[in-house]
Write a protein that binds this ligand. Structure first.
Ligand code: FAD
Ligand code: FES
Length: 282
């Protein structure tokens, strides 16, 4: 049996800066061994551990769709004192790193079929939501979902992630996209305001709609509050939790909330589950 702690070698095929601040980079990885590529089956919402030999390892959400076979995509925010994220940002194309996964549970795509989808994201948490959006918009999958609305929040236009994707999706007539930034900026053609109040004004009806909200904790908290106020049922509000992790496979006890391990039972939970775990303040 394969040792789950041993990473698979992956090569950095392409890397690019995502934002003006310069602390978000997107990495396209390819497996070194073709067998690893074939065996790596994941669902949107799952994450993987990325590692650099002699530096460390950390979890990152998978930003590419499972239907994109060519590369695995991650977007990484570099923290000033972050050991691994700084080292990742210093890598150049062609470097080899390690990957363990896929890990965690992912979004409940089966349960979401035939529903309308409201996807709300901000910051690097947009990673797994990008995977989800790409996946549901794929011609094979789009007929299985109702109306799709994507809310994207960023501090300012320069911090907006995945601008190419947003531009491409904006041309389609089968997805509604709302982009918002915190404060007014000249020539910004979209909304201004924090995610929660904009969501309150423009969210679609809760009727037959599943909402997926990922972002910084304050954004998740305020947006869930808005959605609950708009009568979205607790089990139809889905989010993804972030917590310090070590093993990523439910063995080390580093990431539990009550009886649940975020790495194994999550990171995706419904609001109903979070309430049962007493892990929400909303
Ligand atoms: C399931 C899951 C998915 C994730 N997906 C992503 C993703 O797609 N992209 C991404 O960029 N990150 C993601 N993260 C967060 C990522 O794992 C951390 O940023 C990473 O572990 C930091 O590693 P480091 O070695 O650079 O920092 P460390 O050396 O471990 O930390 C050093 C210092 O950096 C700062 N720091 C580190 N992490 C954070 C944080 N999360 N928030 C605020 N300050 C921090 C703190 O000041 C800390 O003291 C995810 C986390 C989880 C659990
Ligand atoms: S990280 Fe080890 S149990 Fe979750």
């Amino acid at each position: 049996m394969k040792n789950p702690y041993v990473p698979m070698p992956v090569k950095l095929k392409a890397v690019r800066l995502e934002n003006e601040t310069g602390d978000l980079k997107t990495f396209d990885l390819v497996f070194v061994n073709s067998g690893d590529a074939e065996n790596f089956k994941f669902v949107c919402g799952q994450f993987a551990m990325l590692s650099i030999n002699g530096v460390g390892e950390a979890p990152f959400g998978i930003a590419s769709s499972p239907l994109t076979k060519e590369v695995l995509r991650f977007t990484v925010k570099k923290y000033p004192k972050g050991v691994l994220t700084t080292a990742l940002h210093n890598l150049s194309e062609g470097s080899t790193l390690g990957l363990r996964g896929p890990l965690g549970n992912g979004f409940p795509l089966e349960k979401m079929t035939s529903k309308n989808l409201l996807v709300v994201g901000g910051g690097f948490a947009l990673t797994t939501l990008r995977a989800l959006t790409k996946y549901v918009l794929h011609e094979k999958n789009r007929p299985h979902y109702g109306d799709i609305t994507l809310f994207v929040a960023a501090r300012d236009p320069g911090e907006m992630l995945y601008k190419d994707d947003l531009a491409e999706w904006s041309k389609r007539n089968d997805i509604e996209i709302v982009q918002t930034i915190d404060k007014p900026v000249e020539d910004w053609p979209h909304k201004v305001g924090f995610a929660a109040p904009v969501l309150k004004d423009l969210a679609p009806s809760a009727q037959n709609t599943t909402a997926v909200v990922c972002g910084p904790p304050i954004m998740i908290e305020t947006c869930i509050k808005v959605l609950a106020g708009l009568h979205f049922p607790d089990e139809e509000i889905i989010t993804s939790l972030e917590m310090k992790m070590k093993c990523g496979i439910g063995k080390c006890g580093r990431c539990n909330i009550g009886s649940k391990y975020i790495c194994k039972d999550g990171p995706v939970f419904t609001y109903k589950q979070l309430k049962e775990l007493n892990s929400v303040t909303v």
